[in-house]
Design a protein around this ligand. Structure first.
Ligand SMILES: [Zn+2]
Length: 307
């Protein structure tokens, strides 16, 4: 019987779930709403039900489910399998791994959504073939993961890679994190849309609208976009000073801007550096499935360590 891993990427609004083969290919995928407003215990109940359903689906398809991988946002204690803190799901010290192992009777691994997404991008996506990879997801916020030799770096407290909160404009815009002038407060998709909406009196404008309008000659949109690119480039210079990677893989919603993001960002980065070596700037290859595939890879790594 062929082995598969049950993988779930649990976000604030939805869960991306799949049965993933050991080579990272997807046998079956499904999505479910998280409905976080029900509270953390109910969300955990849904995670357990969905994981159990996927294991049953695997067996019905004559596959052997061998492990479970779960990715969650926030602060994650990967060592102990505990979702320590997540504002958008309401998790506070939830022993997700133990609950999964208890219900499904399979070994399980718990990881941070962006970090496992980075692992998937480094091994199978945009960073493939490179040893030192920085994955940066630009969406509502900005989060990143350093992956070296296919392994994610989580830091002493599971909070490494919070590049969005590098201060690039001291004393600048307030950031939800409590600091002022964070890269995220200028360069996230939310910040770009919000700034343009305010300046242009265009409520509901999104970052991708701003990119489109900038390309059509809208001066205000071009200014907002340029300021965002400059803030991102400033933050990335700091990141490269710290990490010195071969490749920067950019994902998240803003990556849909494609070359309209990558080209000016790479130019702005190169204008700023003096002695640092620039990384290659590439777009993420796995789209929004990176977290789910990464959760599966984490589970496979965990199995290998158990063997
Ligand atoms: Zn911040």
């Amino acid at each position: 019987m062929t082995n598969v891993v049950v993988a779930l990427d649990v976000g604030g609004t939805g869960m991306k779930c799949a049965l993933v083969r050991p080579d990272g290919t997807v046998h079956h995928a499904e999505r479910h709403p998280t409905r976080a407003e029900r509270g953390p215990e109910a969300v955990l109940g849904t995670i357990l039900d969905v994981a159990e359903g996927l294991a049953a689906k695997a067996r019905a398809d004559s596959l052997e489910p061998v492990a479970v991988g779960i990715a969650v946002p926030g602060v994650v204690d990967e060592q102990n399998g505990i979702a320590a803190w997540s504002s958008n799901i309401g998790f506070r010290d939830v022993p997700v791994r133990a609950r999964i192992e208890e219900r499904l009777g399979l070994p399980a691994a718990l990881g941070h959504d962006v970090r496992v997404g980075g692992i998937a991008e480094a091994r199978l996506g945009g960073g493939r073939g490179h040893r030192h990879v920085l994955f940066m997801a630009i969406g509502t916020g900005i989060a990143a993961a350093l992956v070296v030799g296919g392994e994610g770096y989580s830091g002493a407290h599971g909070a490494a890679g919070e590049l969005g909160h590098i201060v690039v404009r001291p004393g600048g815009e307030a950031c939800p994190c409590g600091q002022r002038g964070c890269m995220e407060a200028y360069g996230s998709a939310r910040a770009v849309g919000k700034r343009y909406a305010e300046l242009a009196g265009a409520p509901g404008a999104t970052a991708l609208d701003v990119v489109t309008r900038a390309g059509q000659g809208d001066h205000l949109a071009a200014t907002v976009w340029r300021e965002a690119i400059e803030a991102l480039a400033d933050g990335l210079v700091t990141a490269q000073a710290l990490y010195d990677v071969d490749v920067l893989v950019i994902g998240g919603g803003l990556a849909e801007a494609g070359d309209a993001l990558l080209h000016p960002l790479e130019s702005a980065f190169r204008e700023r550096i003096t002695f640092h070596r620039p990384p290659a700037f590439v777009r993420a290859g796995l789209g929004d499935e990176a977290g789910c595939i990464g959760a599966a890879l984490l589970a496979l790594d965990h199995l290998e360590k158990l063997a």
